[in-house]
Design a binder for this molecule. Sequence first.
Ligand SMILES: [Zn+2]
Length: 86
Amino acid sequence: MPRQIRNKIISKSGGITIPSDIRREYTSYLGGEAVDLEIQDGKIILSPHAPRCMFCGSIEDIRKFEGRHICGICITRMAKEAKSSD
Ligand SMILES: [Zn+2]
């Protein structure tokens, strides 16, 4: 897909409207959904919200436990730690 660049004005309160044709094409941005903002090399990258591990910040192999997100690696590490402290 060719790179698309649009000019938008940021409101005084920091808001920006995503053009409707983009929202229709990328349904993760229809409205009411959480998004992640990532700062990289002076640019802001907007992407659909991905749950992150509350311990390491990973977005891989995320599971929900007691309302919190934890990755498989941290679960394994916690299980080993719990066994070794017996
Ligand atoms: Zn983790």
